[in-house]
Design a protein. Structure first.
Length: 212
């Protein structure tokens, strides 16, 4: 944690001996400056399935999203029923710096989710939902945080990286026709989506928050 303080002083920070957790499953599309999220009491396969379905509902009609994920067990399990408008691409192991959504969590913590003590589990859910709503109200911030030079959102005629990814995606999907939000069959990365969960400490197994 960080906080402003006069040089040479030792500022106090709130602390809590209790322990409950909520997890903010979030995904962003830097090209469109939008996001989709769920606040859930657990981080497992069931939660990831709910997250995929939420992302699928937010993908533009006629678009196909490439979903960048790390190799957490609930991301890679064969038990997931991946929606037809999503293709997951798994990043190398132990390389969180390759997933810009980690910078989204850093932004949320730095602005709205640090130095807090929550009275109840519901307060955790409310804080997570409120922080996410503030983020999606700033599409330019999502684009600024999420864009990377190695993740272009358009394709030129001789971009070899595109054809390699396109062929890999077709093999994974069984030759599914992929179209972008603009209707171009060759712009597979127009809907790049970056996803990962954020754990917020202070766990209730029956409640979750839906963030629209």
């Amino acid at each position: 944690m960080r906080q402003w303080a006069r040089r040479g002083t030792r500022p106090r920070q709130p602390a809590d001996q209790r322990y409950e957790s909520a997890y903010l499953f979030g995904a962003i599309c830097p090209a469109r400056g939008v996001g989709a999220a769920l606040a859930l009491p657990f981080a497992d396969t069931e939660a990831m399935q709910l997250h995929l379905e939420e992302i699928s509902r937010h993908i533009a009609e006629g678009a196909h999203a490439v979903l960048l994920l790390d190799r957490a067990g609930w991301h890679t399990t064969a038990k997931l029923d991946v929606p037809s408008n999503i293709t997951p691409i798994f990043l190398p192991s132990r390389a969180p710096e390759l997933n810009p959504v980690e910078n989204v969590w850093q932004f949320l913590r730095g602005n709205w989710l640090s130095n807090l003590v929550f009275e109840t589990y519901d307060d955790i859910i409310d804080a997570a939902c409120d922080a996410w709503r503030k983020l999606v109200a700033q599409p330019e911030t999502i684009t600024s945080i999420g864009m990377r030079d190695w993740a272009p959102t358009s394709v030129r005629p001789h971009d070899s990286w595109y054809y390699t990814l396109f062929e890999r995606t077709l093999r994974w999907r069984g030759a599914v026709a992929i179209r972008s939000a603009c209707g171009y069959t060759r712009q597979i990365l127009l809907a790049i989506v970056l996803a990962a969960p954020l754990g917020i400490s202070m766990r209730n197994d029956t409640e979750c928050g839906h963030i629209s």
